[in-house]
Ligand binder design. Structure first.
Ligand SMILES: [Fe+2]
Length: 170
């Protein structure tokens, strides 16, 4: 586990992250993350933007309160996005809705727990950001893809209606 200390950065981290290119982005948007639903894809893309912002602030050793603020922003946007997805899935009677919702809840709890831990210790684990990135990518590619496939199967993919629905919620 790599820990960024706020009064001094371990030598290994300085060496590893001194290359700005390496430190610049935690994750890049890939076309393979596109689910084909414009509003959801845009929300996922924005989640990556927020993760990269938090990552950069950690690497740049920003003030702990700035980092906590960015994690808070990530948490808030994630919750809005999940609520939008869940409302839609429920309305469409997606059969795996309870399991999907549980995945969302676990993710939000993890962010909240880590944020609290960071505010108490003043340290942020880079592993936290790696975990959030890996979780999100996996969730998009597997769990979200499965409800999109379901919607398509049920011929519910009416993008203008869906667009209005998500814009109202976010
Ligand atoms: Fe989801």
């Amino acid at each position: 586990m790599i820990i960024v200390m706020y009064n001094r950065l371990p030598v290994y981290d300085i060496f590893f992250y001194k290359d700005n290119k390496m430190a610049g982005e935690l994750i890049k948007w890939s076309d393979s993350y596109n689910l084909g639903l414009k509003e959801i894809d845009e929300q996922h893309e924005y989640l990556l933007v927020l993760m990269n912002k938090a990552w950069q602030s950690i690497i740049n050793r920003s003030d702990i309160n700035i980092i906590l603020g960015l994690l808070e922003e990530l948490e808030r946007y994630t919750i809005s996005h999940f609520i939008a997805e869940e409302t839609f899935m429920q309305a469409a009677h997606f059969p795996d809705f309870p399991e999907h919702k549980q995945e969302h809840q676990k993710f939000v709890s993890y962010i909240i727990k880590e944020k609290e831990r960071a505010s108490q210790t003043g340290n942020i684990s880079l592993d936290l950001m790696h975990f959030l990135r890996d979780w999100l990518v996996q969730h998009i590619l597997v769990s979200d893809k499965s409800y999109v496939d379901y919607m398509e199967k049920m011929k519910s993919k009416e993008t203008s209606l869906l667009g209005r629905f998500f814009k109202r919620l976010i």
